[in-house]
Design a protein around this ligand. Structure first.
Ligand code: GDP
Ligand code: IMO
Ligand code: MG
Length: 425
Protein backbone atom coordinates (compact mmCIF):
# COMPACT_ATOMS: atom_id res chain seq x y z
CA UNK A 1 0.00 0.00 0.00
CA UNK A 2 1.75 3.11 -1.23
CA UNK A 3 1.32 5.49 1.70
CA UNK A 4 4.03 8.08 2.17
CA UNK A 5 4.49 10.21 5.26
CA UNK A 6 6.03 13.65 5.28
CA UNK A 7 7.02 14.90 8.71
CA UNK A 8 8.93 17.87 10.07
CA UNK A 9 11.88 16.73 12.16
CA UNK A 10 12.57 19.97 14.05
CA UNK A 11 10.30 22.74 15.39
CA UNK A 12 8.24 23.16 12.22
CA UNK A 13 8.75 25.31 9.11
CA UNK A 14 11.26 22.89 7.64
CA UNK A 15 9.84 23.38 4.14
CA UNK A 16 7.11 20.73 4.13
CA UNK A 17 4.99 22.79 1.72
CA UNK A 18 7.71 22.76 -0.93
CA UNK A 19 8.20 19.01 -0.56
CA UNK A 20 4.47 18.31 -0.94
CA UNK A 21 4.54 20.42 -4.08
CA UNK A 22 7.47 18.45 -5.48
CA UNK A 23 5.75 15.16 -4.79
CA UNK A 24 2.33 16.26 -6.02
CA UNK A 25 2.81 14.89 -9.53
CA UNK A 26 3.06 11.34 -8.21
CA UNK A 27 0.26 11.64 -5.63
CA UNK A 28 -3.45 10.91 -5.87
CA UNK A 29 -4.42 12.03 -2.39
CA UNK A 30 -2.91 14.32 0.27
CA UNK A 31 -4.09 13.98 3.86
CA UNK A 32 -3.60 16.37 6.78
CA UNK A 33 -3.75 14.38 10.01
CA UNK A 34 -2.92 16.70 12.88
CA UNK A 35 -2.84 20.30 14.03
CA UNK A 36 -4.96 23.04 12.54
CA UNK A 37 -4.42 26.53 11.21
CA UNK A 38 -1.38 26.97 13.43
CA UNK A 39 0.45 25.56 10.39
CA UNK A 40 1.75 27.73 7.59
CA UNK A 41 2.98 25.86 4.53
CA UNK A 42 4.50 27.88 1.71
CA UNK A 43 4.11 26.51 -1.78
CA UNK A 44 5.57 28.28 -4.78
CA UNK A 45 3.97 27.21 -8.04
CA UNK A 46 5.52 29.02 -10.97
CA UNK A 47 5.01 32.73 -10.37
CA UNK A 48 2.51 32.23 -7.59
CA UNK A 49 3.08 31.84 -3.86
CA UNK A 50 0.46 30.16 -1.68
CA UNK A 51 0.51 30.07 2.10
CA UNK A 52 -1.72 27.28 3.29
CA UNK A 53 -2.80 26.95 6.90
CA UNK A 54 -5.55 24.41 7.21
CA UNK A 55 -5.89 22.98 3.75
CA UNK A 56 -3.47 20.25 2.71
CA UNK A 57 -1.04 21.61 0.13
CA UNK A 58 -2.47 18.95 -2.21
CA UNK A 59 -5.49 21.23 -2.73
CA UNK A 60 -3.51 23.10 -5.40
CA UNK A 61 -3.53 20.20 -7.89
CA UNK A 62 -6.65 19.18 -9.76
CA UNK A 63 -5.69 15.48 -9.86
CA UNK A 64 -5.34 15.22 -6.06
CA UNK A 65 -8.06 14.54 -3.50
CA UNK A 66 -7.25 16.72 -0.48
CA UNK A 67 -8.34 15.31 2.87
CA UNK A 68 -8.70 16.88 6.31
CA UNK A 69 -8.54 13.90 8.63
CA UNK A 70 -10.15 13.23 12.03
CA UNK A 71 -7.03 14.30 13.95
CA UNK A 72 -7.18 17.89 12.67
CA UNK A 73 -8.90 20.72 14.55
CA UNK A 74 -10.89 22.83 12.12
CA UNK A 75 -11.72 26.50 12.45
CA UNK A 76 -14.59 26.64 9.94
CA UNK A 77 -14.26 30.37 9.39
CA UNK A 78 -10.58 30.07 8.55
CA UNK A 79 -11.24 27.07 6.37
CA UNK A 80 -13.94 28.81 4.34
CA UNK A 81 -11.84 31.97 4.01
CA UNK A 82 -8.92 29.91 2.82
CA UNK A 83 -11.15 28.09 0.32
CA UNK A 84 -12.61 31.38 -0.91
CA UNK A 85 -9.17 32.89 -1.38
CA UNK A 86 -8.05 29.89 -3.42
CA UNK A 87 -11.20 29.91 -5.52
CA UNK A 88 -10.58 33.61 -6.22
CA UNK A 89 -7.16 32.61 -7.55
CA UNK A 90 -8.67 29.97 -9.80
CA UNK A 91 -7.99 26.93 -7.60
CA UNK A 92 -11.00 24.65 -7.27
CA UNK A 93 -11.68 23.40 -3.75
CA UNK A 94 -14.61 21.19 -4.67
CA UNK A 95 -12.64 17.96 -4.19
CA UNK A 96 -11.90 18.68 -0.54
CA UNK A 97 -13.16 16.11 1.94
CA UNK A 98 -13.37 16.80 5.66
CA UNK A 99 -13.69 14.21 8.36
CA UNK A 100 -16.98 14.26 10.26
CA UNK A 101 -14.94 13.33 13.34
CA UNK A 102 -12.57 16.31 13.21
CA UNK A 103 -13.05 18.73 16.08
CA UNK A 104 -14.19 22.31 15.62
CA UNK A 105 -12.34 25.38 16.87
CA UNK A 106 -14.90 27.67 18.49
CA UNK A 107 -14.61 31.43 19.20
CA UNK A 108 -14.06 30.73 22.90
CA UNK A 109 -11.06 28.53 22.04
CA UNK A 110 -9.39 31.43 20.25
CA UNK A 111 -10.16 33.83 23.08
CA UNK A 112 -9.01 31.40 25.77
CA UNK A 113 -5.78 30.68 23.89
CA UNK A 114 -4.89 34.39 24.09
CA UNK A 115 -6.08 34.76 27.69
CA UNK A 116 -4.15 31.71 28.91
CA UNK A 117 -1.01 33.06 27.26
CA UNK A 118 -1.52 36.40 28.98
CA UNK A 119 -2.09 34.71 32.31
CA UNK A 120 1.11 32.71 31.91
CA UNK A 121 3.05 35.95 31.54
CA UNK A 122 6.74 35.21 31.46
CA UNK A 123 5.98 31.50 31.23
CA UNK A 124 3.89 31.86 28.07
CA UNK A 125 4.36 29.34 25.28
CA UNK A 126 4.21 31.76 22.37
CA UNK A 127 1.29 29.96 20.75
CA UNK A 128 -0.15 31.05 17.43
CA UNK A 129 -3.33 32.09 19.33
CA UNK A 130 -5.47 30.18 16.89
CA UNK A 131 -7.31 28.26 19.64
CA UNK A 132 -5.45 25.03 18.99
CA UNK A 133 -4.62 24.08 22.60
CA UNK A 134 -8.08 24.83 24.04
CA UNK A 135 -9.76 22.91 21.18
CA UNK A 136 -7.62 19.81 21.76
CA UNK A 137 -8.21 20.18 25.53
CA UNK A 138 -11.96 20.00 24.99
CA UNK A 139 -11.48 17.02 22.69
CA UNK A 140 -9.55 15.19 25.43
CA UNK A 141 -12.13 16.28 28.02
CA UNK A 142 -14.84 14.85 25.77
CA UNK A 143 -16.82 18.04 25.59
CA UNK A 144 -15.53 19.02 22.15
CA UNK A 145 -17.81 19.83 19.25
CA UNK A 146 -17.14 17.83 16.11
CA UNK A 147 -17.69 18.69 12.48
CA UNK A 148 -20.59 16.22 12.34
CA UNK A 149 -22.35 18.14 15.12
CA UNK A 150 -22.67 21.08 12.76
CA UNK A 151 -24.95 18.93 10.62
CA UNK A 152 -27.56 18.58 13.35
CA UNK A 153 -28.64 21.99 14.71
CA UNK A 154 -30.32 20.44 17.77
CA UNK A 155 -27.21 18.54 18.83
CA UNK A 156 -24.99 21.48 18.00
CA UNK A 157 -27.15 23.79 20.12
CA UNK A 158 -27.15 21.38 23.07
CA UNK A 159 -23.37 20.96 22.98
CA UNK A 160 -22.78 24.66 22.53
CA UNK A 161 -25.00 25.43 25.49
CA UNK A 162 -23.12 23.04 27.76
CA UNK A 163 -19.82 24.47 26.64
CA UNK A 164 -20.85 28.09 26.94
CA UNK A 165 -22.09 27.57 30.48
CA UNK A 166 -18.56 26.61 31.50
CA UNK A 167 -16.63 28.89 29.15
CA UNK A 168 -18.62 31.97 30.08
CA UNK A 169 -17.87 31.34 33.75
CA UNK A 170 -14.21 31.10 32.87
CA UNK A 171 -14.33 34.21 30.71
CA UNK A 172 -16.22 36.37 33.20
CA UNK A 173 -15.12 35.08 36.62
CA UNK A 174 -11.53 34.11 35.97
CA UNK A 175 -10.50 36.39 33.15
CA UNK A 176 -12.85 39.36 33.70
CA UNK A 177 -14.11 39.31 30.12
CA UNK A 178 -17.58 39.60 28.64
CA UNK A 179 -19.57 36.39 28.18
CA UNK A 180 -20.06 35.01 24.67
CA UNK A 181 -23.54 35.03 23.18
CA UNK A 182 -25.08 31.74 22.21
CA UNK A 183 -27.29 33.11 19.44
CA UNK A 184 -24.50 34.86 17.60
CA UNK A 185 -22.31 31.74 17.62
CA UNK A 186 -25.21 29.53 16.60
CA UNK A 187 -26.08 31.68 13.65
CA UNK A 188 -22.49 31.99 12.50
CA UNK A 189 -21.63 28.30 12.83
CA UNK A 190 -24.83 26.97 11.31
CA UNK A 191 -24.08 29.26 8.38
CA UNK A 192 -20.68 27.58 8.06
CA UNK A 193 -22.40 24.20 8.19
CA UNK A 194 -24.45 24.99 5.10
CA UNK A 195 -21.32 25.59 3.10
CA UNK A 196 -19.27 22.73 4.53
CA UNK A 197 -21.90 20.00 4.27
CA UNK A 198 -20.99 18.81 0.75
CA UNK A 199 -17.40 18.23 1.92
CA UNK A 200 -18.09 16.37 5.14
CA UNK A 201 -17.69 12.61 5.06
CA UNK A 202 -16.09 9.54 6.59
CA UNK A 203 -12.55 10.24 5.43
CA UNK A 204 -11.22 6.98 6.90
CA UNK A 205 -13.13 5.03 4.25
CA UNK A 206 -12.03 7.49 1.57
CA UNK A 207 -8.36 7.03 2.50
CA UNK A 208 -8.59 3.25 2.76
CA UNK A 209 -10.36 2.91 -0.56
CA UNK A 210 -7.59 4.92 -2.16
CA UNK A 211 -4.89 2.79 -0.54
CA UNK A 212 -6.68 -0.42 -1.51
CA UNK A 213 -6.92 0.78 -5.10
CA UNK A 214 -3.15 1.23 -5.12
CA UNK A 215 -3.35 5.02 -5.23
CA UNK A 216 -0.48 7.10 -3.88
CA UNK A 217 -1.46 8.76 -0.64
CA UNK A 218 0.71 11.40 1.00
CA UNK A 219 0.21 12.10 4.69
CA UNK A 220 1.26 15.74 4.97
CA UNK A 221 2.58 16.46 8.43
CA UNK A 222 2.24 19.85 10.05
CA UNK A 223 4.42 21.33 12.79
CA UNK A 224 7.46 19.21 13.67
CA UNK A 225 8.76 16.43 15.87
CA UNK A 226 10.02 18.72 18.64
CA UNK A 227 6.57 20.31 18.89
CA UNK A 228 4.97 16.90 19.52
CA UNK A 229 2.78 16.83 22.62
CA UNK A 230 4.33 13.59 23.89
CA UNK A 231 7.86 13.72 22.55
CA UNK A 232 8.73 17.37 22.09
CA UNK A 233 9.95 20.06 24.45
CA UNK A 234 6.85 19.96 26.65
CA UNK A 235 5.22 22.28 27.65
CA UNK A 236 6.63 24.34 24.77
CA UNK A 237 4.88 22.19 22.19
CA UNK A 238 1.66 22.12 20.25
CA UNK A 239 -1.32 20.08 21.42
CA UNK A 240 -1.22 17.29 18.85
CA UNK A 241 1.14 14.57 17.60
CA UNK A 242 3.00 15.73 14.49
CA UNK A 243 5.28 12.64 14.60
CA UNK A 244 4.74 9.92 12.01
CA UNK A 245 2.91 7.83 14.61
CA UNK A 246 0.35 10.61 14.89
CA UNK A 247 -0.84 9.93 11.39
CA UNK A 248 -2.17 6.51 12.36
CA UNK A 249 -4.61 7.94 14.87
CA UNK A 250 -5.05 11.24 13.05
CA UNK A 251 -5.89 9.78 9.66
CA UNK A 252 -7.23 6.40 10.80
CA UNK A 253 -4.71 3.97 9.31
CA UNK A 254 -2.39 1.37 10.80
CA UNK A 255 1.41 1.68 10.67
CA UNK A 256 1.58 -0.75 7.76
CA UNK A 257 -0.21 1.75 5.55
CA UNK A 258 2.98 3.74 5.21
CA UNK A 259 6.15 2.52 3.59
CA UNK A 260 8.20 5.70 3.19
CA UNK A 261 8.64 8.22 5.96
CA UNK A 262 10.33 11.37 4.75
CA UNK A 263 11.78 13.66 7.38
CA UNK A 264 11.80 17.23 6.12
CA UNK A 265 14.82 18.77 7.80
CA UNK A 266 16.35 22.23 7.63
CA UNK A 267 20.13 22.41 7.21
CA UNK A 268 20.08 24.55 10.38
CA UNK A 269 17.36 24.90 13.00
CA UNK A 270 14.59 27.43 13.59
CA UNK A 271 11.94 27.80 16.22
CA UNK A 272 8.98 30.19 16.57
CA UNK A 273 7.66 30.84 20.04
CA UNK A 274 9.16 30.16 23.42
CA UNK A 275 11.03 27.15 24.75
CA UNK A 276 14.51 25.67 25.02
CA UNK A 277 16.75 25.58 21.95
CA UNK A 278 20.32 24.52 22.82
CA UNK A 279 21.96 25.25 19.47
CA UNK A 280 20.33 28.68 19.11
CA UNK A 281 22.63 31.47 17.95
CA UNK A 282 21.51 34.83 19.28
CA UNK A 283 24.42 36.63 17.66
CA UNK A 284 25.34 37.65 14.16
CA UNK A 285 25.30 34.09 12.77
CA UNK A 286 21.69 33.58 13.85
CA UNK A 287 20.78 36.93 12.33
CA UNK A 288 22.50 35.95 9.10
CA UNK A 289 20.26 32.85 9.00
CA UNK A 290 17.16 35.00 9.63
CA UNK A 291 18.06 37.32 6.79
CA UNK A 292 19.30 34.82 4.24
CA UNK A 293 16.59 32.28 5.08
CA UNK A 294 13.81 34.92 5.34
CA UNK A 295 12.94 33.35 8.65
CA UNK A 296 9.62 34.95 9.46
CA UNK A 297 6.64 32.78 10.40
CA UNK A 298 4.18 32.00 7.59
CA UNK A 299 1.29 32.13 10.08
CA UNK A 300 2.06 34.89 12.57
CA UNK A 301 4.86 36.77 10.84
CA UNK A 302 7.05 36.44 13.94
CA UNK A 303 10.80 36.35 13.44
CA UNK A 304 12.01 32.78 13.84
CA UNK A 305 14.80 32.06 16.26
CA UNK A 306 17.73 30.47 14.43
CA UNK A 307 20.59 28.18 15.36
CA UNK A 308 22.98 25.54 14.10
CA UNK A 309 21.99 22.04 13.05
CA UNK A 310 21.28 19.92 16.11
CA UNK A 311 22.18 16.28 15.47
CA UNK A 312 20.87 15.18 18.88
CA UNK A 313 17.35 16.10 17.88
CA UNK A 314 18.14 14.83 14.38
CA UNK A 315 18.83 11.32 15.70
CA UNK A 316 15.86 11.56 18.05
CA UNK A 317 13.62 12.43 15.10
CA UNK A 318 14.99 9.53 13.04
CA UNK A 319 13.93 7.14 15.78
CA UNK A 320 10.65 8.75 16.77
CA UNK A 321 9.43 8.79 13.18
CA UNK A 322 11.21 5.67 11.84
CA UNK A 323 12.49 7.90 9.06
CA UNK A 324 13.43 6.16 5.85
CA UNK A 325 15.02 9.28 4.36
CA UNK A 326 15.70 12.96 4.88
CA UNK A 327 14.72 15.76 2.54
CA UNK A 328 17.25 18.42 3.50
CA UNK A 329 16.11 22.00 2.89
CA UNK A 330 17.60 25.49 2.86
CA UNK A 331 21.19 24.36 2.39
CA UNK A 332 21.70 27.51 0.26
CA UNK A 333 21.15 29.67 3.35
CA UNK A 334 24.45 28.44 4.80
CA UNK A 335 26.46 29.43 1.71
CA UNK A 336 27.77 32.66 3.28
CA UNK A 337 29.47 31.09 6.31
CA UNK A 338 33.23 30.52 6.58
CA UNK A 339 32.63 27.91 9.23
CA UNK A 340 29.51 25.89 9.85
CA UNK A 341 28.79 24.42 13.25
CA UNK A 342 26.95 21.22 14.04
CA UNK A 343 25.72 20.43 17.53
CA UNK A 344 26.63 16.76 18.07
CA UNK A 345 25.85 16.41 21.79
CA UNK A 346 24.98 18.43 24.89
CA UNK A 347 26.89 19.01 28.06
CA UNK A 348 25.24 19.51 31.42
CA UNK A 349 26.76 19.26 34.89
CA UNK A 350 29.91 17.62 33.56
CA UNK A 351 27.94 14.95 31.73
CA UNK A 352 27.72 14.48 27.97
CA UNK A 353 24.36 13.72 26.38
CA UNK A 354 24.34 12.22 22.90
CA UNK A 355 20.67 11.36 23.11
CA UNK A 356 17.74 13.60 23.93
CA UNK A 357 18.01 14.09 27.72
CA UNK A 358 15.47 12.39 29.97
CA UNK A 359 14.74 15.53 31.97
CA UNK A 360 13.53 18.86 30.61
CA UNK A 361 15.79 20.81 32.98
CA UNK A 362 18.81 19.24 31.33
CA UNK A 363 17.57 20.21 27.90
CA UNK A 364 16.85 23.74 29.14
CA UNK A 365 20.32 24.19 30.55
CA UNK A 366 22.28 22.03 28.11
CA UNK A 367 25.31 23.59 26.47
CA UNK A 368 25.74 22.50 22.88
CA UNK A 369 28.92 20.64 21.97
CA UNK A 370 29.77 21.83 18.50
CA UNK A 371 31.98 20.44 15.79
CA UNK A 372 32.95 22.73 12.96
CA UNK A 373 33.14 22.23 9.24
CA UNK A 374 34.47 24.56 6.59
CA UNK A 375 31.81 26.45 4.64
CA UNK A 376 31.68 26.33 0.83
CA UNK A 377 31.24 30.10 0.38
CA UNK A 378 29.72 29.95 -3.03
CA UNK A 379 26.19 30.24 -4.39
CA UNK A 380 24.69 26.77 -4.72
CA UNK A 381 21.16 27.75 -5.73
CA UNK A 382 21.90 26.71 -9.31
CA UNK A 383 22.92 23.16 -8.33
CA UNK A 384 20.67 20.50 -9.86
CA UNK A 385 22.76 17.36 -9.37
CA UNK A 386 24.90 16.05 -6.54
CA UNK A 387 28.00 16.72 -8.60
CA UNK A 388 27.02 20.38 -8.98
CA UNK A 389 27.44 20.85 -5.25
CA UNK A 390 30.84 21.97 -3.97
CA UNK A 391 32.74 19.25 -2.14
CA UNK A 392 32.48 21.10 1.15
CA UNK A 393 28.69 21.16 0.86
CA UNK A 394 28.69 17.45 0.00
CA UNK A 395 30.82 16.78 3.07
CA UNK A 396 28.45 18.76 5.29
CA UNK A 397 25.45 16.80 3.97
CA UNK A 398 27.30 13.47 4.36
CA UNK A 399 28.16 14.39 7.94
CA UNK A 400 24.52 15.22 8.73
CA UNK A 401 23.28 11.90 7.40
CA UNK A 402 25.97 10.07 9.33
CA UNK A 403 25.00 11.85 12.55
CA UNK A 404 21.26 11.40 11.98
CA UNK A 405 21.70 7.82 10.85
CA UNK A 406 19.46 8.09 7.79
CA UNK A 407 20.19 8.89 4.14
CA UNK A 408 19.68 12.38 2.77
CA UNK A 409 17.94 11.63 -0.51
CA UNK A 410 17.02 15.13 -1.68
CA UNK A 411 18.52 18.55 -1.15
CA UNK A 412 16.74 21.85 -1.49
CA UNK A 413 18.86 24.82 -2.50
CA UNK A 414 16.20 27.50 -2.87
CA UNK A 415 12.48 28.08 -2.34
CA UNK A 416 11.47 27.31 -5.93
CA UNK A 417 10.53 23.80 -6.93
CA UNK A 418 13.29 23.67 -9.51
CA UNK A 419 15.92 24.57 -6.91
CA UNK A 420 16.30 20.98 -5.82
CA UNK A 421 18.92 18.26 -6.07
CA UNK A 422 17.72 14.66 -6.21
CA UNK A 423 20.68 12.73 -4.89
CA UNK A 424 21.92 9.71 -6.71
CA UNK A 425 24.91 7.87 -5.31
P1 GDP B 1 6.59 24.45 6.28
O1 GDP B 1 5.72 24.97 7.39
O2 GDP B 1 7.41 23.27 6.71
O3 GDP B 1 5.83 24.16 5.02
O4 GDP B 1 7.63 25.60 5.95
P2 GDP B 1 7.30 27.18 5.78
O5 GDP B 1 6.61 27.38 4.49
O6 GDP B 1 6.64 27.72 7.00
O7 GDP B 1 8.76 27.79 5.79
C1 GDP B 1 9.71 27.40 4.87
C2 GDP B 1 10.17 28.66 4.09
O8 GDP B 1 11.40 28.38 3.46
C3 GDP B 1 9.22 29.06 3.01
O9 GDP B 1 9.25 30.46 2.87
C4 GDP B 1 9.80 28.40 1.76
O10 GDP B 1 9.48 29.09 0.55
C5 GDP B 1 11.27 28.51 2.04
N1 GDP B 1 12.11 27.44 1.51
C6 GDP B 1 11.83 26.11 1.37
N2 GDP B 1 12.91 25.45 0.93
C7 GDP B 1 13.90 26.36 0.79
C8 GDP B 1 15.27 26.29 0.39
O11 GDP B 1 15.81 25.23 0.11
N3 GDP B 1 15.98 27.45 0.40
C9 GDP B 1 15.43 28.64 0.74
N4 GDP B 1 16.22 29.72 0.71
N5 GDP B 1 14.15 28.75 1.11
C10 GDP B 1 13.40 27.62 1.14
P1 IMO C 1 4.18 24.38 10.39
O1 IMO C 1 3.19 23.31 9.95
C1 IMO C 1 6.32 26.44 13.55
C2 IMO C 1 4.46 26.52 17.52
C3 IMO C 1 4.03 27.88 18.02
C4 IMO C 1 4.27 27.70 19.51
C5 IMO C 1 3.84 26.25 19.73
C6 IMO C 1 2.41 26.12 20.25
O2 IMO C 1 4.11 25.62 9.57
O3 IMO C 1 5.55 23.81 10.51
P2 IMO C 1 0.04 26.37 19.07
O4 IMO C 1 -0.59 27.55 18.42
O5 IMO C 1 0.21 25.18 18.18
O6 IMO C 1 -0.60 26.01 20.38
O7 IMO C 1 1.53 26.89 19.46
O8 IMO C 1 3.94 25.61 18.47
N1 IMO C 1 3.91 26.13 16.19
C7 IMO C 1 4.63 26.16 15.06
N2 IMO C 1 5.89 26.58 14.82
N3 IMO C 1 5.59 25.92 12.55
C8 IMO C 1 4.35 25.46 12.78
O9 IMO C 1 3.63 24.81 11.84
C9 IMO C 1 3.79 25.59 14.07
N4 IMO C 1 2.61 25.27 14.64
C10 IMO C 1 2.71 25.60 15.93
O10 IMO C 1 4.83 28.90 17.47
O11 IMO C 1 5.63 27.78 19.80
MG1 MG D 1 5.34 26.74 8.41
Amino acid sequence: MPGIALVGTQWGDEGKGKVTHLMADQMDMVVRYSGGNNAGHTVIVGEETFKLHLLPAGILYSHIVPVIGPGVVVDPKVLLDEMDRLEARGVSTSRLVISSNAHVIMPYHRELDALIERRLGKLKLGTTKRGIGPAYSDKASRIGIRIQDLLDPKIFMAKLEINLREKNLLLTKIYGRLPMKMDAILEEYLGFADRLTPHITDTVTVVHEALEAGKNVLFEGAQGTMLDLDHGTYPFVTSSNPVAGGLCAGAGVGPKAVDRIIGVTKAYVTRVGEGPFPSEDRGSDGLEMVNRGKEYGATTGRQRRCGWFDAVIGRYATRLNSLTEIFLTKVDVLSSFDTIKICTAYEYNGQKYENFPPHQTIFHKAKPIFEEMPGWRTDISGARTWDDLPEKAQNYIRRLEELCDVPVTDISVGPEATETVARRG
